[in-house]
Design a protein around this ligand. Structure first.
Ligand SMILES: [Zn+2]
Length: 472
């Protein structure tokens, strides 16, 4: 992140401004579309409000029967039922129970572009304790609000379908399983979600519910959420009697030293302004005997960084610390480091556009900037690594409740006010609608070239040929 201008550090920065993501291009114009003489944002909001109860019913059904991971058959069926009858081309996932729906807009023209809207649909292995009348009936819980994401995206599909004749391009609705771990976004990308409309989307948007004030939209440019990796370390020693450690090779003390040294190494080896988190979450050693030294001891941890470029450096430090401490105590060590998700990087230009669209629709006060990124992670980063876009958070908490008393996502007590669903659906519909309208009326160089190719009958204008997203 750049330090804010006017901060004491800005004087120390080089005069030449380095090109940054999204900053070399002028802001995307907002054309403030109208439908029958009324603001499209207002019309969509009205439509959304009228369908709140229907969306709440869908959300609460999903909430009662949460599913986790890549296979969400019941959730998939509920989504398909809710989309039935809409003018959508639907594809189901092969290796996961995803739903991809494409809507062809009525004003798509000869060389249409597309935008992608994404909702994740999976729950967590958390036992719900909210006592809500529609609480989970099994061992899992929609503690991250993905049930709202799913219902709101269904709502957006309904709103846009209703106004399909006015839509200036194609919309891809990405209903994704497996966000909370197995990485469903990557599988959907492998199965073609980004090319399903015939060409790469020009932009992709996601909206995540959270404990911010109800109805406020939050974002930050660039890295918004951290990359996430799993670390597993096993130390091998030689077991023995607890009274005779000198006859054994104790892996437990060695493991303890590795854990504390890793915390020190993270703070000594990396710039303090470069956030890195290494949190040990599991420990295993011994089989219960108080008086026996075990043969091995292990821990696992989650590792978060905000710049993907740091992952290899962190991995190297972990290797150095673990192998050298193990050697010092005559142990051997095995290290397994697996990168799960890249950082979720949002595009400044798309963020500004979304802030303008939603600011006009819900009032400028509803738009806020996060002061800092989050060290939580999100696999929408896999989409944003290939398509410029935004990932905003939408608050559902009562603004009167002090922040410290609000339950965060993933808590067994987390509640999300689903009366937001109408606005949430309208927001998603509007961002897709307005982004396509902007591209139609103020085409990017690539769109202009594609249109010219159509007019001159150039072979590169074949229908279905992917057009690269604008480079910014
Ligand atoms: Zn989530």
């Amino acid at each position: 992140m750049e330090s804010p201008s006017g901060s004491p550090y800005s004087q120390l920065k080089p005069k030449r401004k380095l090109p940054r993501q999204g900053q070399q291009l002028p802001p995307l114009p907002y054309v403030a579309s109208t439908i029958e003489g009324r603001s499209a944002g207002e019309v969509f909001r009205e439509t959304g409000t009228a369908m709140v109860e229907e969306l709440q019913e869908l959300r609460r059904t999903l909430h009662r029967y949460p599913e986790i991971g890549l296979e969400l058959p019941r959730t998939q069926k509920a989504v398909l039922n809710a989309l039935e009858g809409l003018p959508l081309e639907i594809t189901l996932g092969q290796d996961l129970s995803s739903v991809t729906a494409v809507m062809r807009g009525g004003k798509r023209g000869e060389r249409p572009v597309s935008v992608l809207l994404r909702a994740d649909m999976d729950a967590l292995a958390v036992k719900e304790r909210t006592g809500s009348p529609f609480a989970s009936t099994n061992e899992y819980m929609h503690a991250c609000g993905h049930d709202l994401h799913t219902a709101a995206l269904v709502g957006a599909a309904q709103i846009l379908s209703k106004h399909r004749e006015e839509v200036a391009g194609d919309v891809i609705f990405m209903f994704q399983p497996g966000e909370e771990g197995p990485g469903g976004a990557d599988i959907m990308i492998d199965e073609g979600v980004l090319d399903v409309a015939g060409r790469r989307p020009i932009a992709a948007y996601g909206l995540h519910v959270g404990p911010q004030d109800r109805g406020t939209f939050h974002y930050i440019n660039g890295p918004t959420m951290a990359s996430s990796s799993n670390l597993a370390v096993t130390v091998y020693g030689k077991g023995g009697h607890g009274s005779r450690p000198h006859d054994a090779v104790d892996p437990v003390t060695c493991l303890a030293e590795i854990i504390t040294s890793l915390q020190t190494a993270i703070t000594r080896r990396f710039d303090a302004l470069e956030p890195i988190v290494l949190t040990v979450t599991n420990l295993r050693a011994g089989d219960g005997a108080f008086n026996a030294i075990p043969d091995q001891a292990s821990f696992s941890a989650t590792v978060r960084v905000l710049r993907d470029e740091q992952i290899n450096a962190v991995r190297q430090v972990i290797g150095e610390v673990t192998s050298n401490i193990a050697a010092a105590h005559r142990c051997s060590v095995e290290v397994d480091f697996e990168v799960l998700y890249p950082t979720t990087k949002t595009n400044a230009r798309e963020n500004q556009f979304a802030a303008t669209v939603w600011g006009a629709q819900f009032g400028p006060d509803s738009i806020r900037q996060f002061e800092a990124p989050m060290m939580a992670s999100e696999d929408f980063g896999a989409v944003l690594a290939q398509v410029p876009g935004s990932f905003f958070w939408l608050g559902t908490a009562n603004p009167q409740t002090p922040y410290a008393q609000r339950e965060w996502n993933h808590s067994p007590l987390a509640r999300f006010d689903d009366s937001i669903l109408g606005d949430q659906a309208a927001a998603l519909a509007s961002i897709a609608f307005e982004r396509l309208a902007t591209e139609d009326q103020h085409p990017s160089t690539i769109t202009k070239a594609a249109r010219t190719a159509v007019k001159t009958g150039s072979p590169s204008a074949k229908a279905g040929e992917p057009v690269k997203a604008p480079e910014d």
